[in-house]
Design a protein around this ligand. Structure first.
Ligand SMILES: Cc1cc2nc3c(=O)[nH]c(=O)nc-3n(C[C@H](O)[C@H](O)[C@H](O)COP(=O)(O)OP(=O)(O)OC[C@H]3O[C@@H](n4cnc5c(N)ncnc54)[C@H](O)[C@@H]3O)c2cc1C
Length: 309
């Protein structure tokens, strides 16, 4: 039996700590509960929106006039050579569990906050590893028809921070299996620990943000690419440069509008300094995009998802 609450403040449920109220809110702890929640939205004739860890989400100050379904289905098990994971499992738990069971491949995703389902949907990645490369099969439910469908890896259309599920808004990831390499558990755990420590050192894990705000852009101008390569001493792979580099170049490090700021530590992070609003973030993001476009002819595209705008 699901417990649908009314007028729930969403800000505390997001890493940005921003956002107004949801008209209705429910935690779905099983697939049956999720189905019940979807039926509720259908009966009421209201929109639903799935959120999970809330770590890649900017919710408007006016909130959402529908049903928020928070995915809390959390199960993990080894099945032969595969690791089977439900969508609401925290990603760090998946990374640790895989390492402890002697499966290698996703150690460098340690410290990417949020859930497994959120990571699969957005093809989360860090230090050259993307979750999509390790997915064997995804099980998803169509939020409108309630049909459950399985997708083999090649049907998931994984690409840089994207997937078939991101492009098809009605699809909700229920679970997925990971195909990882058998390896020495002690070595896997050491790699996880090293990754976590590296991230902690950067000092951004606790910031009120949603991680990297923009996707790294592909640059067409020869001159800009040359400047990047000269400054950094590395080649821009496939003509792609870090979004943070170009934001910095536009002179926007530390730029602030209200309580939203381009992080001093990492220029691709927009942080809520504590008294920010979602509107402040939107204004700052528009300014950053406009400056980067005007100065370099580069159109930045958000990695962060929007709700209620
Ligand atoms: C400090 C910090 C560091 C970060 N570092 C990284 C990084 O290194 N690499 C990286 O890739 N990301 C990073 N992120 C972003 C974020 O952690 C990832 O995008 C994460 O995978 C989002 O998962 P979530 O559960 O929090 O999703 P949410 O923020 O809850 O949702 C994000 C989007 O996914 C949808 N969604 C969530 N669950 C499901 C589901 N089961 N089915 C369908 N749709 C779903 C939501 O509707 C929403 O549109 C970082 C964020 C923070 C705050």
């Amino acid at each position: 039996m699901i417990n649908i609450q009314e007028n729930v403040l969403l800000a505390p449920l997001t890493s940005f700590r921003l956002g107004g109220q949801a008209r209705y809110f429910v935690d779905a702890r099983t697939v049956e509960e999720l189905k019940e929640a979807l039926e509720f939205a259908k009966e009421k004739g209201i929109e639903f929106y799935v959120m999970a860890g809330g770590t890649n989400l900017l919710i408007s100050d006016t909130g959402f006039d529908g049903l928020i379904i928070r995915i809390k289905i959390s199960e993990i098990a080894v099945s032969g050579q595969l690791v089977q994971v439900s969508a609401g499992t925290p990603l760090i738990k998946v990374v640790n569990f895989s390492a402890e069971n002697g499966f290698s491949g996703i150690e460098s995703l340690a410290g990417v906050p949020g859930t497994f389902g959120g990571a699969v949907r957005g093809n989360a990645g860090a230090y050259g590893t993307e979750i999509g490369s390790h997915v064997d099969e995804v099980t998803a439910i169509d939020g409108k028809t309630l049909e459950i469908v399985k997708f083999k890896n090649e049907q998931c259309d994984f690409s840089y921070r994207s997937s078939f599920f991101k492009k098809n808004k009605d699809l909700i990831v229920l679970s997925a299996t990971l195909k990882l390499k058998p390896a020495d558990a002690t070595e896997c755990k050491a790699k996880v620990m090293e990754t976590v420590m590296g991230r902690t050192k950067k000092g951004l894990q606790g910031a009120k943000s949603a991680g990297s705000y923009f996707m790294n852009p592909k640059i067409n101008g020869e001159q800009l690419l040359k400047e990047f390569e000269q400054e950094k001493g590395v080649a821009a792979r496939g003509g792609v440069v870090p979004a943070g580099w170009i934001i910095e170049k536009a002179g926007l490090r530390g730029k602030k509008i209200g309580g939203a700021q381009v992080s001093e530590e990492h220029t691709n992070y927009i942080v809520n300094t504590g008294d920010g609003t979602a509107e402040n973030v939107i204004m700052l993001v528009s300014y950053v995009k406009q400056q980067v476009r005007d100065q370099f002819g580069v159109q930045l595209v958000e990695e962060v998802n929007y709700l209620g705008f």
